[in-house]
Design a protein around this ligand. Structure first.
Ligand SMILES: [Zn+2]
Length: 134
């Protein structure tokens, strides 16, 4: 885990927590899976199925925000994130796996340090299309 990036996310979010770690790891996994170029021309849209701490990780790492019009929410209460690269029409849905019970700090460290993102998330195709305007 990139410490500078994590610290940037913690500063933005106001505290560190396992939820933020989920959003950061989901963002990084999506960048890798879709070979996203965040600083470049890729038009990235995220549809999140929760509005918890994890979203701040999405805001910082994927630069998806409500203000920019590329962050949407659907109800579901799931730690699931569908990320679309509209430039080339690619997409992925990351769903947090059922992780073993852990203390809060232990969970945060596990989320940040587990090298294999496939141990944290199921990788699927989104089961919906983007809203028209996105
Ligand atoms: Zn939090």
């Amino acid at each position: 885990m990139n410490v500078a990036l994590w610290e940037k996310c913690v500063t933005y979010h106001g505290h560190h927590c396992p939820g933020l770690a989920i959003g950061v790891r989901a963002s990084l996994a999506a960048i890798k899976a879709l070979s996203l170029d965040i600083a470049g021309n890729d038009k990235i849209v995220c549809v999140a199925e929760n509005e918890s701490c994890s979203i701040d990780g999405i805001r910082v790492v994927l630069e998806c925000t409500g203000e920019k019009g590329n962050l949407f929410f659907i109800k579901g209460g799931k730690q699931a994130f569908s990320i679309f690269n509209q430039t080339i029409g690619d997409s992925i849905r990351l769903v947090l796996k059922d992780l073993p019970p852990m203390e809060r700090d232990e969970m945060e460290a596990f989320l940040l340090n587990e090298p294999d993102a496939a141990k944290l998330f199921d990788f699927e195709k989104p089961h919906f299309e983007l809203p028209e305007k996105a």
